[in-house]
Structures are given as structure tokens and as C-alpha cells.
Write a protein that binds this ligand. Structure first.
Ligand SMILES: NC(=O)c1ccc[n+]([C@@H]2O[C@H](COP(=O)([O-])OP(=O)(O)OC[C@H]3O[C@@H](n4cnc5c(N)ncnc54)[C@H](O)[C@@H]3O)[C@@H](O)[C@H]2O)c1
Length: 262
């Protein structure tokens, strides 16, 4: 249940990449609860459409499109189709991301480039698409980084590097686009109960680190004592998209239930 005002994002249209499931679906839910329109972008168009249908059964406040964050043409195409339905976009959430677990010494150049391609370049291309979509009238961008971008966990070197890039890209764009009326922030989730976290547990189990179910159950922030949920992350993102967050700029805010003290 959202505690943010039901009008915090009224009259706003916000694109969310990787919105078909997991944290992206939770962000979409929070945007709708705050009175905004949501544009669900995902590689998996059918799944994005199903998520939109579940969260907004009449379809009055959502659109779903196939888009690949590494392909700016697909992002611009979706923006164009959105504008004719809802008008100008004024918010963008770069959420799509991937992770591949494994020892640093075995990561191939292709695997490194692939992971940074989606997680770092994809966020940059999404921010550029947002800049074009805002059409000189300003807006808010929220990037989904990770506490991995601050901590540097074992067995995910490329992921850690990609998320550190997102954190500093957030600072760079906040400084560079402030005079364009664009506010840019990031959030850093820890362990959120999503298909990605199950995948992490399964890949660690594959590498002999334990049983997947036990590993998943153990990925819980100690202070909170349970997994963080996607709508909880979504609510913070919705706040950062709102006018109430105008004084928060270029930050990378932990939403990890206390997993990371810095
Ligand atoms: N789950 C966690 O514990 C956790 C923790 C920290 C950060 N994050 C970050 O949060 C974001 C969402 O994670 P999640 O757990 O919901 O992941 P998920 O794997 O459950 O969902 C990711 C979604 O992104 C889509 N996607 C992947 N590549 C894409 C691309 N190139 N273009 C468009 N869509 C694409 C997928 O189809 C999927 O629907 C990611 O950036 C992830 O790194 C997750």
C-alpha cells in the first residue's frame, strides 16, 4: 500500500525501462498509485503488456512497448507513440539491467561488454532518450543502480563496475542538465525479491556456493529481517520523480533495508 500522495505525479507521464517484471513492475505500480501515467518498455513486449493489464486493467494510464535499452531507435519509437496518446513525457526511469555471476578471472571480454552494454550504456542511452523526450521543458530521471556499485561484491565484477558507472553518470548528468530543468538521481537497491535475485541464487548454486533456495532465503538485509519488495523501491522512485524531490539532486540513495552503511 503506497503512502505517497495519490496526486504526487498527477498529469505526469513517465517511462520505465525493464518494466515487465521485478523492480520495474513495482516502480510502475508506484507511479500509477501516485496518479501518473506509465509507459512500460521491455525486451519482452508481451510480458510488459500483461503487467500493464494487471496494474491498470482498463488501460487508461499505461502503454507497453517492445524496446531495447541498447537501441536508441527503439526508445525513440516508443516515445513517439506515447506522445500522441499522453503528450510530453516528463519522467524516465532507467531500470532495465542484467547480471551474470562468476569468478572475475573467467569473465570474457564479450561477457564484460554485454553486461556493461545493458547496465551502463543502456542507462546512458535511456537518459539521452529522456532528454530528447522532455523536449526542452525539463523533467526527472531516476536511474536504478545497486549497492553493488558501492560495495564491490565477489563473483559479480562486471555488474559492480556497471553500477558504479551508473552512480557517477547520475552525478555527471545532474550537474550538466540542471540548467535544462532536468533532475537526475539514482537509487541503490540491495537484495530485492525479484526473478533476478532468484537467478543470482541459482548461478551461485551452479558454482558450488550452496543450495539455491537457501542462498535466496539468506539474501536478506539483517536490519530489516526480510527481503525488500519491488513496490517499496518503486515508492522511493516515485517520490524522486515528484516535485517534492527537487532539492535532492545527483544522489545515489540506498534502498536496501540497511544492507549498506554508506
Ligand atoms: N533484484 C535485486 O536484488 C536488485 C538489486 C540491486 C539492483 N537491481 C537492479 O534493479 C533493476 C531491475 O532488476 P530486477 O531484479 O527487477 O531484474 P529482473 O531480471 O527481474 O527484470 C529485469 C527486466 O528488464 C528487462 N530487460 C533486460 N534487458 C533489457 C534491455 N536490453 N532492454 C529492455 N529491457 C530489458 C527484462 O526483460 C526484465 O523484464 C536492474 O537494473 C538491477 O540491476 C536489482
Amino acid at each position: 500500500m503506497s503512502t505517497l500522495s495519490t496526486t504526487a505525479l498527477a498529469g505526469r507521464t513517465i517511462a520505465v525501462t525493464g518494466a515487465a517484471r521485478g523492480i520495474g513492475a513495482g516502480i510502475t505500480e508506484a507511479i500509477l498509485a501516485a496518479g501518473g501515467n506509465a509507459v512500460l518498455l521491455d525486451l519482452d513486449e508481451a510480458a510488459a503488456g500483461e503487467t500493464a493489464q494487471q496494474l491498470d486493467p482498463g488501460g487508461a494510464h499505461t502503454l507497453a512497448f517492445a524496446a531495447d535499452v541498447t537501441d536508441p531507435v527503439s526508445l525513440d519509437r516508443a516515445v513517439e507513440a506515447t506522445t500522441s496518446r499522453f503528450g510530453r513525457l516528463s519522467g524516465w526511469v532507467n531500470n532495465a539491467g542484467i547480471v551474470r555471476m562468476g569468478p572475475a578471472e573467467t569473465i570474457s571480454p564479450e561477457a564484460w561488454t554485454g553486461e556493461l552494454g545493458v547496465n551502463a550504456l543502456g542507462v546512458f542511452l535511456g537518459a539521452q532518450a529522456a532528454f530528447r523526450a522532455f523536449d526542452g521543458a525539463g523533467g526527472a530521471i531516476v536511474n536504478i543502480a545497486s549497492n553493488a556499485g558501492k560495495v564491490g561484491f565477489p563473483n559479480m565484477a562486471a555488474y559492480n563496475a556497471s553500477k558504479a558507472a551508473v552512480i557517477n553518470l547520475t552525478r555527471s548528468l545532474a550537474a550538466e542538465w540542471a540548467d535544462r530543468g532536468i533532475n537526475v538521481n539514482a537509487v541503490c537497491p540491495g537484495s530485492v525479491a525479484t526473478p533476478m535475485l532468484h537467478q543470482v541464487a541459482e548461478e551461485l548454486a551452479r558454482d558450488g556456493k550452496g543450495d539455491a533456495g537457501t542462498l535466496f532465503a539468506g539474501m536478506v538485509p539483517g536490519q530489516l529481517g526480510r527481503h525488500v519488495t519491488p513496490p517499496e523501491v518503486g515508492e522511493v522512485v516515485a517520490f524522486l520523480l515528484s516535485d517534492a524531490a527537487t532539492i535532492i539532486r545527483g544522489q545515489a540513495i540506498n534502498v536496501d533495508g540497511g544492507e549498506t552503511p554508506y
